[in-house]
Design a protein around this ligand. Structure first.
Ligand code: ATP
Ligand code: MG
Length: 572
């Protein structure tokens, strides 16, 4: 391909609204353009990258035995009412009406439609198992669309759905997808980690998130350097501490603490460690409010709380409600005398006496003893994991890293097949629900994550498997016929070697060509100039390296092809 034939609108300046590097570079390198919040067009280079990701995904899904289909984005509300998600999904579900005033949505995911397809066709155990997938446009009216392709309102996802006779079969299907996902992200040339995750709104019995590791990631991941355990902080189990005996001799004392509201303030005011203080946090739930107790240096984990509450939403109470329930403003809540259901984090079992709020403005209590001065309804694992926490599997200290969630696998079980009556007849002629799994990969988000992980001050550094072109040939003086001819010849030889090459045939200064090549991030750059030609050479540089080398013009295409082959990730 020639630069002059391609639409590559590169920009010198950072776009104003872009906050993360992948977004900035995708816009500057001319890969994408914004139409509306979270809605983007893919320009030629952007589409080439997207297709690379999709091709790897398709190859690995096919290899794992999944079959490609394509389902509609526009879906009737009736199906979503059947699964119960028309009401449950909330404002992220993009709802529309047709001309007859019938409710539809633009689908954020396809469990309903795929379940509807198979329930009409599958009759017998002989029809199972199988796996259907698609690469298709999804719509989610995200509350905060941002970071370019990372969190769009319209985006491309690969979603797959497995159908099995029983749980054991579903586990085999899940494992196959898990392996396919590992192969996909490895073949994309990305550093990633598969972590145990919460099943969240989609539900189901277990799930993994595939995280591309990058400092800018939205997700916090804890991992164990000793045994390899990895989980997102929402899911990470906390190993219970050894329990202690409550200090019945402690004297419950009310202490004046004027304007002392935060753990840090209280800790320095009283001269006690945050580990001796207990935070009391009031939540509104679907029914009565609850108070959650965690140690001063810990944070409540909203997902664990929701699970303990049996799936009820839990939102922080507003100051008025806190005043009404505790009799005090924010910052002075405590469990003693509180007429609200109390849930305590299990870490409190290892505390013999506590410092808490007094439910009275400007007062705290010391010498509070659980069981004597207040009684929680129960002790649960309610907090977020922190670096240094003992690994739940092997007790080594957990480390905290950040990641971008690019893929998600769920074992769904019968969550959709039961309400939607997707059943089959087993060998004994009994009607049984089909056991399902679902598996998603954000295609655009994967491309963006690759940039978050691979860039420098000049621009993108594409991993070879995802690069829009593997090599760029730069004739530095296009006016000079000899330079032009040598570059053309080199370009054609590279194509003959099967190297995806772009010829920068623009009549531009060398500085501009170098800058654009670095910005777009082609893995290999070959510059032909009068100077190199005088020695019958071409200047070769890898985007990732600082140094340049001179290759013989005749040998360069083979050397580049060999280097390319060594960087394309091949798995057995
Ligand atoms: P997140 O927690 O980031 O919102 P999710 O859990 O809602 O993600 P899934 O429903 O599991 O995501 O979707 C599967 C995959 O689709 C995700 O792993 C991610 O790669 C991608 N994805 C989800 N939401 C978006 C979005 N708004 N824009 C781009 N990609 C997305
Ligand atoms: Mg989401």
């Amino acid at each position: 391909m020639r630069f002059t034939n391609l639409f590559i609108p590169t920009l010198r300046e950072d776009p104003a609204e872009a906050e993360v590097i992948s977004h900035i570079l995708m816009v500057r390198a001319g890969l994408i353009r914004k139409l509306a919040a979270g809605i983007y067009s893919y320009l030629p280079l952007g589409l080439r990258v997207l297709r690379k990701v999709e091709n790897i995904i398709r190859q690995e899904m096919n290899r794992a035995g999944a079959q490609e289909i394509l389902m509609p984005a526009a879906q009737p509300a009736e199906l979503w009412r059947e699964s119960g998600r028309w009401d449950k999904y909330g404002p992220e579900l993009w709802r529309i009406k047709d001309r007859h005033n019938h409710d539809y949505c633009l689908a954020p995911t396809h469990e309903e439609v795929v379940t509807d397809i198979i329930r009409r066709e599958i009759r017998s155990y002989r029809d199972l198992p199988f796996n259907l997938y698609q690469v298709q446009t999804k719509f989610r009216d995200e509350i905060r669309p941002r970071f370019g392709l990372m969190r769009g309102r319209e985006f491309i996802m690969k979603d797959a759905y497995s159908f099995d006779r029983d749980d054991a079969g579903a586990d085999v299907s899940y494992r196959a997808m898990y392996e396919a996902y590992r192969r996909i992200f490895a073949r994309c040339g990305l550093k990633f980690s598969a972590v145990e995750a919460d099943t969240g709104a989609i539900g189901g019995s277990f799930s993994h998130e595939f995280m591309v590791l990058a400092e800018t990631g939205e997700e916090a991941v804890v991992s164990c350097p000793a045994c390899g355990y990895a989980a997102n902080t929402e899911k990470a189990e906390i190993r219970p501490l050894d329990q202690t005996i409550p200090d019945q001799g402690a004297v419950l004392t009310r202490i004046l603490t004027p304007e002392v509201r935060t753990i840090a303030q209280l800790s320095s005011f009283l001269g006690v460690s945050p580990r001796e203080i207990v935070k009391t946090i009031i939540y509104k739930t679907d029914d009565a409010p609850v108070a959650v107790l965690v140690r001063g240096d810990h944070e409540v984990n909203a997902i664990k709380l929701k699970n303990v509450l049996g799936g009820s939403e839990a939102d922080l109470a507003d100051p008025d409600l806190i005043q009404e329930l505790t009799g005090a403003p924010v910052g002075f809540s405590g469990p003693v005398g509180l007429k609200v259901k109390i849930l305590a984090d299990q870490a409190l079992l290892a505390m013999s006496r506590l410092v808490t709020g007094a439910n009275e403005r400007d007062y705290h209590l010391i010498g509070v003893v659980p069981g004597r001065d207040f009684s929680p309804e129960g002790y649960y694992d309610l907090r977020l994991a922190q670096p240094g926490d003992p690994c739940p599997r092997c007790q080594a200290g957990l480390q905290l890293t950040r990641g971008i969630e690019v893929g998600h696998t769920f074992k769904l079980g019968t969550k959709y097949s039961e309400p939607m009556q997707a059943t089959y007849l087993d060998e004994q002629g009994r009607d049984r629900p089909i056991v399902m799994g679902c598996y998603g990969i954000g295609v655009g988000r994967t491309a963006a994550a690759a940039i978050e992980q691979n860039h420098d001050a000049e621009g993108i550094i594409w991993p070879v498997p995802l690069a829009p072109f593997e090599a760029v040939v730069l004739p530095l003086q296009v006016q000079d016929e000899a330079v032009r001819d040598a570059a053309e010849k080199l370009y054609n030889s590279l194509l003959n070697q099967g190297v995806e090459t772009l010829l920068d045939d623009r009549d531009e200064r060398p500085g501009i060509k170098f800058k654009d090549a670095d910005l777009i991030g082609f893995p290999f750059r070959l510059a032909v100039s009068r100077k190199t030609l005088a020695q019958n050479k071409v200047e070769f540089k890898e985007r990732r390296d600082a140094e340049t080398r001179l290759f013989d013009l005749a040998e360069a295409p083979i050397l580049v092809r060999e280097r390319r082959d060594s960087l394309l990730i091949r798995l057995d």
